[in-house]
Design a binder for this molecule. Structure first.
Ligand code: NAD
Length: 496
């Protein structure tokens, strides 16, 4: 039987989430005893006081990770044994769907409907996909004639620090943990301080599945404390970071200041969504709506710059309006809600300040732009459209990371591509056009890690994801993600 809103509220009231760090196979308070509040953004109420790990706790987690790695308790197991553990972990994630979905929704403010249908299943699917890779990837033999045998093998880098943001806590964690653990590393996961709860539960499920102690630790904490400690640690071999471009830059500095650890960066975006007159405008409007308003606009690859051919701009705005009306922010624990709360008061104020900034720059507020449901104590903003925007305005250049789309006009496809590429970011782009030759030529010219033609945000774990330019480097998802977590070793055996 499907749970009602009342059921979800009751479950939330009964929940006693784990607040301690998970280090070396057990839950522990921070050594300093300090905690920080995890707040439900839909109510403004504190859910739990979370262990505030700092450099001392990170030292303990790194020492345990190194010991497990050197003892080969994980990487030394047979591929089929490691695969079995990770597959069991994926099963346990699915078996705990309701609890994990509730934790995700309470912590993040996203609709329970999405946590149930997307976040938890995608996390399990990601872990499963990488588990299945473990005994299917072969190494190489370099062709060097009869006199030698030259093996080119991939080996785990060692100890990996994974630092993730708050917008898709479980999904993005699985994009790091899947390939990092599948390739035999030890991993220390630092969740965003706004959303630690699901990561802490995930770690216990990994242990239940049979992952040896020390191989996966979770150190919740503030970015400039726990995050910086991982980035600067001399015994961490690699960082896999997803978050803002500003903080990504810091991880490069941490690396330079410490041991030159490798740093993979999945950063922000300001992705162009190009609508030509020669497309299915009804379908494009639906996609344009979800491209920016899904997950309250808190999506790195959101279609936040809507480039619309001038001849159909007025018509397109009217086609977008019903979707904006449909996506009314509501109680995230109501199973019918499609738009939840923004992550925090600070973030809500930041989003609204961009709406005001856009208007002061000359943009027209066409829809939304106000705080809603303030009586709930939460931080809700509905679908918002700024029209009459030019690409030089700050609202067109900076990532707002909320449900705010800026609309920019163009007359030719060439002009649209120039505008699309005129950005510091290059995470994703999309083009709606019935002429597939023209669309394909345009796709080649768009400087972005993913380009959709006649779609937006279609995705699969087997397709790489990541950015050009200041959207980062390296790729999550797909077999290409293994490059982040493995070293290439050449073993030259002389046969003569
Ligand atoms: P953020 O950069 O503020 O935080 C990300 C992580 O970095 C958190 O765990 C945080 O605690 C940590 N951190 C913050 N300050 C730090 C510091 N001084 N030193 C070390 N660590 C620090 O990002 P956010 O607000 O959590 O997430 C939103 C951002 O993430 C957006 O820019 C979004 O585009 C980006 N994002 C990118 C992708 C992608 O795959 N490209 C996916 C999701 C989100």
């Amino acid at each position: 039987m499907t749970a009602t809103t009342t059921d979800w509220h009751q479950r939330a009231a009964d929940l006693r989430p784990e607040w301690r760090a998970f280090i070396n196979g057990e839950y522990v308070a921070a050594l300093s005893g300090r905690t920080f509040a995890s707040v439900n953004p839909a109510t403004g109420k504190t859910i739990a006081h979370i262990a505030a790990c700092d450099a001392a706790d990170v030292d303990v987690a790194v020492a345990a990770a190194r010991k497990a790695f050197d003892a080969r308790v994980w990487t030394g197991q047979t591929p089929s044994a490691r695969k079995a553990v990770m597959l069991k972990w994926a099963d346990l994630i699915r078996a705990n769907l309701h609890e994990l979905a509730l934790l995700e929704t309470l912590d993040n403010g996203k609709p329970i409907k999405e946590s149930l249908a997307v976040d938890v299943p995608s996390c399990a699917a990601g872990i499963q996909w990488y588990a299945e890779c473990i005994d299917k990837l072969y190494d190489e033999v370099a062709p060097n004639g009869d006199g030698s045998l030259v093996l080119v093998t991939r080996e785990p880098v060692g100890v990996v620090g994974a630092i993730v943001p708050w917008n898709y806590p479980l999904i993005i964690a699985s994009w790091k943990l899947g390939p990092a653990l599948a390739s035999g590393n030890s991993v220390i996961l630092k969740p965003a301080e706004q959303t630690s709860l699901s990561a802490l539960r995930l770690a216990a499920l990994a242990k239940e599945a049979g992952l040896p102690d020390g191989v996966l630790s979770v150190v919740p904490g503030l970015g400039h404390e726990a995050g910086a400690a991982l980035g600067l640690h001399p015994d961490v071999d690699a960082i896999a970071f997803t978050g803002s471009t500003a903080v990504g830059r810091k991880y490069l500095e941490y690396s330079a200041q410490s041991n030159l650890k490798r740093v993979g960066l999945e950063l922000g975006g300001k992705s162009p969504h190009i609508i030509t007159a020669n497309c299915d405008l009804d379908k494009a409007a639906m996609y344009a709506a979800y491209a920016i308003w899904y997950n309250q606009g808190e999506t790195c690859n959101a279609g936040s710059r809507l480039l619309v051919e001038r001849s159909v701009q007025a018509e397109f705005i009217e086609k977008l309006r019903p979707w904006a009306c449909r996506l009314v922010p509501g109680d995230p624990l109501d199973a019918t809600t499609e738009m939840g709360a923004l992550i925090s008061r600070e973030h809500c104020e930041r989003v609204l300040s961009y709406v005001a900034l856009g208007q002061s720059e000359g943009a027209a507020l066409l829809m939304g732009g106000q705080r809603q449901r303030s009586e709930s104590g939460g931080w809700f903003v509905g679908p918002t459209v700024l029209g009459d925007v030019t690409n030089s305005m700050r609202v067109a250049r900076e990532e707002i990371f909320g449900p705010v789309v800026v609309m920019i006009g163009f007359d030719t496809l060439d002009e649209a591509i120039t505008i699309a590429n005129d950005s510091d970011y290059g995470l994703a782009a999309a083009l709606w056009c019935r002429d597939i030759t023209q669309a394909h030529r345009a796709a080649r010219r768009l400087r972005a890690g993913t380009v959709w033609i006649n779609a937006y945000d279609h995705t699969s774990i087997n397709a790489p994801f990541g950015g050009y330019k200041q959207s980062g480097h390296g790729r999550d998802k797909s077999l290409h993600a293994f490059s982040k977590y493995t070293e290439l070793k050449t073993t030259w055996v002389e046969l003569q």
